[in-house]
Ligand binder design. Structure first.
Ligand code: FRU
Length: 540
């Protein structure tokens, strides 16, 4: 539907049409990045799940390839569901994925490239003796899915984690294998968190606490922590925790039990789910993909003919400064799309001010902004807004002493449509200031049948740091990163007026008690080239 074409993104990955969900099996092979994804070839809603396939040299510009796998066997006839790639030391590629069988049982299947020397990895072979894992005793037939990338255990065998649940307890099962065709379930689960329900798309990987590079999945030892991530089927958010993995006992223990998986930190506080990392051996980075779903109605998705985009891949590292979280940051390759830049330095934002920024076409932007407040007024002031909560405290128009202040994007001139992204400082009786980072969708669209939540969470701001945010704006998506990626929010919005040249950007300060000084660098972003692979194009 051309009427809604402005909602399509310019530099985020999307198939040409139809439904997409989870990113699957990301990997780098012979010069190409591969992304597979859950795809419905027949429409803009979930169903007929097939593996879409695209390749890229830089993770930004993509070629669409033929489907990698379609539901055509008894063990995946109801869907070729999510899975992960493992690259073996000899270069072979193992793909493990969940199949929804002819009897609606969730099983794990093995697939591999027909021709490893094909950089495009066009043809995939499903192992003839699939499935290789079936739901074990005590696990429901529909509670067993999404195998991780494998890692090597101390006995030299490979280990694969699979999400499941027992009653309301979300769990991570681990299987061992020598050959990827026969598997043995380890008796004890790697981790379990009561009350969190079914764990989908478990992700498990090491991060270095000392080095800036990412780590291959099997690496362990001193100076390493392990991230465990789960996508909670019950509330559709991705939660992670930092912890320690003991390979001998195969137990993962959270650093802080109060911030365990599913009850503590989220990877992203916005519309974001079913994420997955991979180790990019080409650049030694740990890279994270995530699925941005829709927050409008299914009817609207059918009308526009497509549903969902993927985030810009994010590099993941351990945050050495706080020690309590990871940092997520858009891969540097996205900066190749930056064109004209605009800079505003030392903009003084008195309480209650709104300042338009002339950044040119504002539908595709990369914006870096820092904000400084008078620390003396913060130190001398008494408690304010104790118990602040992004979602329930009234959003960007509700004024407190120290917030909100930040940016308004995808706004029309009159601000009937607007998506504010902001900081809000609350100060407790203990004198400690807590900073929140929020995105307010409540006025993002005048369209009906759109869910318009306000999301966000607290963000650590260390002594001497400015408040800083980076926003990637792309027509109907805003990815927002606070303090170098400590807290991240993806906004899915549906402007109807703030489109094309009518889209504007503003700085605002709705705090009553502080003046804010802002510095902004904004770049217009070129579109990425995302197209079909030019097979059979022999033009020279
Ligand atoms: C997560 C998920 C996975 C499953 C896939 C099916 O969004 O439900 O658990 O494998 O999507 O499309």
């Amino acid at each position: 539907n051309a009427m809604l074409s402005w909602q399509r993104t310019g530099f985020h990955f999307q198939p040409p049409k139809n439904w997409m969900n989870d990113p699957n099996g990301p990997l780098y092979h012979l010069g190409w990045y591969h992304l597979f994804y859950q795809y419905n070839p027949d429409g803009a809603i979930w169903g007929n799940i097939t593996w879409g396939h695209a390749i890229s040299k830089d993770l930004i510009n993509w070629f669409h390839l033929p489907f990698a796998m379609v539901p055509d066997q008894w063990y995946d006839i109801n869907g070729v569901w999510s899975g992960s790639a493992t690259i073996l030391p000899d270069g072979r590629i193992i793909m493990l994925y969940t199949g929804d069988t002819d009897e609606l049982v969730q099983v794990q299947n093995l697939a591999y490239p027909a021709n490893l020397s094909d950089p495009l990895l066009i043809d995939w072979i499903k192992y003839p003796n699939n499935p290789v894992m079936v739901p074990p005793p005590g696990i429901g037939t529909t509670d067993f899915r999404d195998p991780t990338t494998a890692w090597v255990g101390p006995n030299g065998k490979w280990r694969v984690a699979i999400g499941a649940k027992v009653n309301k307890t979300g769990i991570t099962l681990v299987y061992e294998t020598k050959n990827f065709t026969s598997y043995e379930l380890l008796e004890e689960v790697m981790h379990a968190v009561p009350g969190t329900g079914m764990w989908e798309c478990v992700d498990f990987y090491p991060v270095s606490t000392t080095e800036p590079n990412g780590l291959d999945t099997s690496v362990n030892g001193p100076g390493i922590k392990h991230v465990l991530k789960s996508s909670l089927d019950d509330d559709k958010h991705d939660y992670y925790a930092l912890g320690t993995y003991d390979p001998i006992s195969n137990k993962w223990t959270p650093d802080d039990p109060e911030l365990d998986v599913g009850i503590g930190l989220r990877l992203d506080y916005g519309k974001y789910y079913a994420s997955k990392t991979f180790y990019d051996q080409n650049t030694q980075r740990r890279l994270l993909w995530g699925w941005i779903g829709e927050t409008d109605s299914e009817a609207a998705d059918i009308l526009k003919g497509w549903s969902s985009v993927q985030t810009i891949p994010r590099e993941v590292v351990f945050d050495k400064k706080t020690g309590t979280n990871i940092l997520q940051w858009p891969i540097k390759e996205v900066e190749k799309l930056r064109s004209k830049s605009t800079s505003y330095q030392k903009v003084i934002l008195e309480p209650g001010s709104l300042v338009p920024l002339d950044v040119g076409l504002a539908t595709q932007l990369d914006i870096l902004a820092t904000f400084d407040i008078d620390t003396l007024s913060l130190e001398s002031s008494l408690e304010a807004d104790v118990g602040y909560n992004c979602t329930t405290s009234g959003g960007s128009s509700s004024r407190g002493v120290f917030g909100p202040f930040g940016l308004v994007v995808l706004a029309d001139e009159s601000l009937t449509e607007q998506t504010p992204v902001y900081f809000y400082i609350a100060k407790g009786t203990d004198g400690v200031a807590n900073t929140y980072f929020c995105a307010d969708q409540s006025k993002s669209s005048t369209a009906p049948d759109v869910t318009k939540l306000i999301y966000g969470s607290s963000v650590p701001v260390l002594h001497g740091e400015s408040f800083s945010m980076r926003l990637l704006v792309d027509h109907s998506i805003v990815e927002s990163f606070a303090q170098g990626g400590r807290t991240v929010i993806t906004s899915r919005v549906y402007p109807t007026k703030a489109i094309y040249s009518a889209a504007k950007v503003f700085l605002f300060n709705n705090a009553t008690g502080v003046t804010v000084t802002a510095n902004v660098n904004a770049w217009n972003m070129d579109s990425a080239h995302i197209d079909y692979f030019p097979f059979g194009n022999n033009d020279s």
